[in-house]
Design a protein around this ligand. Structure first.
Ligand code: S3P
Length: 447
């Protein structure tokens, strides 16, 4: 196996540093990394990928694409090379596909398998096995795939693909880029035109990359929302891809530099696709000092370096329409809110309940235990801030197999009176293996 999953918890104690300063480069975007491996594996010929996120989630996708016939290697130059099998060419995997903690791998690969003449069983860790897959099963079943799942539409789950699958027009009932992408990936090997109607725009990396690989795809604004139409059976041409840095990973440093007095950090290579950059908007509304330097385009995506300096934050009502563009950043935002003056109210974010953990309940418990007052809502959280003072800290946090809870509470600990302990920091490896090393560098510790 190219990747390994956690077997034993790794507790970690986080103490507040004097300040954070320096420059760091965030790892490749997780969403884009998954898509780059999948589409390269479906192109005929060799694609190369630079800046791929080498976290456990993405390695799970790589292992699955290998199990279905692609040749995937990593050079000593950290460039990944993928020899694809062509759309329609995926092979029957010999064993169940181990998705680890990765919802994106699972849902997108279910789409790929749905229109191929293969069957695949998906298994995952306890967190992933509790997450709803019905949202993907419904449209893929309409396209003709035969899917059997554990009760409640959960993993373990088996998809038996259909050739030829049936094109559908599908209006997304939840704002989910994973559901959108699953249908579009299934559409690649489906004759005719498949349409996804998206009432609320979500991250558009799939659309951008599918077009880049030569798929015939149009995006239009219709009366019910964005209409993405993809013509199968597509032929994808191999590409050379540069993956921009992950704004969801940059989020932790944006918040950390904002809340730790005396800090100044330059975060290099941050992807700022408007469908992902909601946290920058929200933090600026709170009074954060975030400067964009050297704005440029990397791999078809807007990128900049961000200079973030400590600032006095104030509580806000987070506009609910920012939710899709910062859905993974709410745990970090709640930490920023814990140090603001006044209350921050975040509503309209009920999707947080079905992420790697129930992020509303998990962050509420973690913050409360460390001296922060909160009010839980079905669709969000209100956080009462310290007005810039350190929070009490001192408690142990249950990270619940959720990398973003672990990293967010690490940031909270950076301005706490007493150290905060994570019961298990190992989930950080799913999206950000170098996180603690970079924290040590910014804290001025020798590593
Ligand atoms: C992702 C979409 C989002 C996000 C996840 C990655 C993607 O999930 O939370 O971390 O790469 O498409 P949903 O589609 O469930 O909103």
């Amino acid at each position: 196996m190219a990747h390994s999953f956690h077997t034993s918890p790794e507790p970690r104690v986080i103490r507040a540093p004097a300040r954070l300063s320096g420059r760091i480069r965030v790892p490749g975007d997780k969403s884009i990394s998954h898509r780059s491996l999948m589409l390269s594996a479906l192109a005929v010929g060799e694609s190369r990928i630079e800046g791929l996120l080498e976290g456990e989630d993405v390695l799970a996708t790589a292992a699955a694409m290998r199990a279905m016939g692609a040749t995937i290697t990593r050079g000593d130059d950290a460039v990944w090379r993928v020899h694809g099998v062509g759309v329609g060419g995926l092979l029957q995997p010999a064993q169940a596909l181990d998705m680890g903690n990765s919802g994106t791998s699972t849902r997108l690969l279910m789409g790929l398998v749905a229109s191929h003449a293969i069957s695949a069983t998906f298994v995952g860790d306890a967190s992933l096995s509790g997450r709803p897959m019905g949202r993907v099963i419904t449209p893929l079943a309409q396209m003709g795939a035969d899917i059997t799942a554990a009760p409640g539409g959960r993993l373990p789950l088996t998809v038996r693909g259909l050739v030829a699958a049936v094109p559908i027009d599908y209006e997304l009932p939840v704002a989910s880029a994973q559901v959108k992408s699953a249908v579009l990936l299934a559409a690649l090997n489906t004759p005719g035109i498949t349409r996804v109607i998206e009432p609320v725009p979500t991250r558009d990396h799939s659309e951008r990359m599918l077009a880049g690989f030569g798929a015939r795809l149009t995006v239009e604004q219709g009366p019910r929302g964005r209409v993405i139409a993809l013509e199968g059976e597509a032929e994808l041409r191999p590409q050379s891809i540069v993956v921009p840095g992950d704004p969801s990973s940059a989020a932790f440093w944006m918040v950390a530099a904002s809340v730790v007095p005396g800090s100044e950090v330059v975060i290099e290579n941050v992807g700022l696709n408007p469908t992902r950059a909601g946290l920058v908007t929200a933090l600026r509304m709170m009074g954060a000092d975030i400067e964009e330097l050297d704005a440029r385009t990397v791999g078809g995506e807007p990128v900049a370096d961000l200079r973030v300096r400590h600032a006095a934050l104030r509580g806000i009502e987070v506009p609910p329409d920012l939710a899709p563009s910062m859905i993974d950043e709410y745990p970090a935002l709640f930490v920023a809110a814990a140090f603001a003056s006044g209350a921050t109210v975040a509503r309209g974010a009920e999707e947080l309940r079905v992420k790697e953990s129930d992020r509303i309940a998990a962050m509420r418990a973690a913050l409360e235990a460390n001296g922060v007052t909160t009010e839980e809502h079905e669709d969000g959280l209100t956080v009462h801030g310290s007005g810039g003072e350190p929070i009490a800290g001192g408690a142990t946090v249950a990270t619940q197999l959720d990398h973003r809870i672990a990293m967010s509470m690490t940031v909270a600990a950076l301005h706490a009176r007493t150290a905060i302990t994570l019961d298990d920091a190992s989930p950080v490896a799913t999206s950000y293996p170098a996180f603690y090393q970079q924290l040590a560098e910014l804290s001025g510790e020798t590593v």
